[in-house]
Design a protein around this ligand. Structure first.
Ligand code: PGA
Length: 252
């Protein structure tokens, strides 16, 4: 059985003080989260070092919201995968729809970032998902598979088999309107079957998590689906109680 994984993406919110408060509250609440649930948070880069210093609960894993596609050198403003690994970060979100749309990240750039993370022994969390227009035009499957196959084309299937793939329909992110459990399950089942067919007999340990307006009120129903292995939580991860409730629902 794969441990379920809940990741809180804090995005570009808060201050040093609120980041520290949030990690302290999460730390106190972690004992109520079942042991077999993996929990990670992705604070803003500027806050992550302090969050790591303040957190003594080893069950709270650290994630980064982004990573450079470059390895090292004169690349002003970037943060490399080796720098992330060096300070104890375990996961890196790559290909989030906000980075694709606001910063023009292509499937090729995302694949490069995925590769960098993988070679630094970080676990990439690859985000895939269609826009409202693409869904209405019947292109959901094409879009998510193209996003996933860009990784396989760049680096092969093996790194994906131990990574995390987050299905995040763009129309559900930050809108309050989550995909229904059935809509999410349909895409997760598709991704799982493609991974299995590409796996060349290797174990598919990929965790498929759902993101897009996950909250305490809809998480239990989402986790009731066979192929949903957890959640990538944005807005609701800024509230410790709400986030911990989502984590607890994953244990049922
Ligand atoms: P949301 O964000 O939970 O606020 O919709 C999810 C995400 O962007 O990962």
């Amino acid at each position: 059985m794969r441990n379920r994984l809940i990741v809180g993406n804090w995005k570009m919110h808060g201050s040093m003080a609120t980041a520290v408060d949030l990690i302290m509250e999460l730390e106190q609440g972690m004992e109520s989260v079942p042991e077999n649930i993996d929990v990670a948070v992705a604070p803003p880069f500027l806050h992550i070092g302090e969050v790591i210093r303040r957190s003594s609960n080893t069950r709270l894993l650290m994630a980064a919201q982004n990573v450079s596609a470059f390895e090292v050198g004169a690349v002003t403003g970037e943060v490399s995968s080796t720098m992330l690994a060096d300070i104890g970060i375990r996961f890196v979100i790559v290909g989030h729809s906000e980075r694709r749309s606001l910063f023009g990240e292509s499937n090729e750039t995302v694949a490069e970032k995925f590769a960098r993370a993988y070679f630094s022994d970080l676990t990439p969390i690859l985000c895939v998902g269609e826009t409202q227009e693409q869904r209405e035009a019947g292109f959901t499957e094409d879009v998510v598979l193209e996003q996933m196959y860009a990784i396989i084309d760049r680096i092969g299937i093996k790194p994906l088999l131990n990574a995390v793939v987050a299905y995040e329909p763009v129309w559900a992110i930050g809108t309050g309107a989550s995909a229904s459990p059935e809509q999410a399950q349909e895409v997760h089942a598709l991704l799982r079957s493609k991974l299995a067919s590409e796996s060349e007999g290797q174990t598919v340990a990929t965790r498929l998590i759902y993101g897009g307006s996950v909250k305490a009120s809809n998480s239990a129903a989402l986790f009731g689906q066979a192929d949903i292995d957890g959640a990538l939580v944005g807005g609701a991860s800024l509230d410790a109680k709400e986030f911990l409730t989502i984590c607890k629902h994953a244990g049922k």
